[in-house]
Design a protein around this ligand. Structure first.
Ligand code: PLP
Length: 295
């Protein structure tokens, strides 16, 4: 699949209720330079983003992603995005994609150009990487201290925890550290011993017939994939919970997954030195569900 598409958006105010936002979109060549050198997203990582999975032309869970974009904008003091405008931009990007296979649509809202009058916004779309191996063979993870205690989100809101900001250098450094330690990925933990999330995914643990994930109390992102999967699991009669999870519970999990919009469910086969059973039946069921069109 060679799908690549990019669209620049002239951000509309939240109270702009026009039916058709096409006049605010400008399709650009994704291979050509498009941003000003004064862009604060590139100079400071000052902006927010979303990555939406696309399956056979259908963008997944768009409303949940747009709600999180609005939540991130609020935390970062960015102008509230006009969600209908962004929804139409996502639809436009999806229309230009392939009807078969998996893709990713990214939404970016930056504070704009230094001293500039307005935020910069754009949408890109492309084919997704092939995640067959992590989805079927699983991944090994190590726990990494995120360097702050569980009360930090309340004490230091300027850390923007809970917002999906463009400042992912720390998250990428954590994945490099995990690889240097012989693993595939990381799970962040607080300095006072609670489990958070992975650098680009949410964590789901299974204990018996109960599924649990760290509560999104401000320190981590509210995962759209985890929430969709938990809705599905409850419909199937399972118990689910979002709660405070002490680190020492990790080693006692019957199964574990990292889940996110594009990689979907990757079963965890080891956490630090503890082997975790790969439940291939459940993993296949999760990924079958996540690969069906979802709104
Ligand atoms: N946590 C972090 C830090 C992430 O970057 C992501 C996804 O990119 C997630 C969790 C999972 O979110 P979602 O399921 O909405 O993709």
């Amino acid at each position: 699949m060679t799908w690549r598409f990019a669209l620049v958006i002239q951000p509309a105010g939240v109270d702009d209720d026009r039916r058709d936002f096409s006049a605010t979109f400008r399709t650009i060549d994704p291979a050509e330079p498009a941003l000003s050198v004064g862009e604060l997203s590139t100079q400071r990582g000052d902006g927010i983003f979303e990555s939406i999975g696309v399956v056979d032309g259908h963008p997944q869970e768009v409303a949940a992603h747009l709600d999180r974009l609005a939540h991130s904008a609020e935390i970062c003091d960015l102008p509230a995005p006009n969600l209908e405008q962004w929804r139409q931009a996502v639809a436009r990007a999806a229309e230009h994609g392939e009807r078969r296979g998996e893709g990713v649509i990214k939404l970016i809202l930056s504070r704009g150009v230094e001293h500039g009058p307005a935020p910069t916004a754009w949408v890109t779309a492309s084919a997704a990487a092939d995640f067959t191996v992590p989805r079927t063979q699983g991944i090994r993870v190590v726990t990494l201290d995120r360097g702050y205690a569980s009360d930090v989100p309340d004490r230091a809101p300027w850390l923007l925890l809970g917002a999906k900001t463009l400042s992912y250098a720390v998250n990428m450094a954590a994945i490099r550290e995990a690889k240097a330690r012989g693993a595939d990925d990381a799970i962040f933990v607080t300095s006072d011993g609670y489990v958070l999330e992975a650098p680009t995914a949410s964590l789901i643990l299974k204990f018996g017939d109960r599924f649990t994930t760290p509560a999104p109390t401000g320190g981590i992102l509210r995962g759209t994939t985890q929430q969709s999967l938990f809705d599905h699991l409850r419909e199937e009669g399972y118990e689910t919970a979002e709660e405070l999870i002490p680190v020492d519970l990790l080693a006692r999990a019957d199964a574990a997954w990292l889940v996110s919009s594009v990689r979907l469910a990757a079963p965890v086969t080891a956490i630090d030195d503890t082997r975790i059973e790969l439940d291939s039946g459940l993993t296949q069921a999760f990924n079958r569900y996540l690969l069906t069109p979802r709104d």
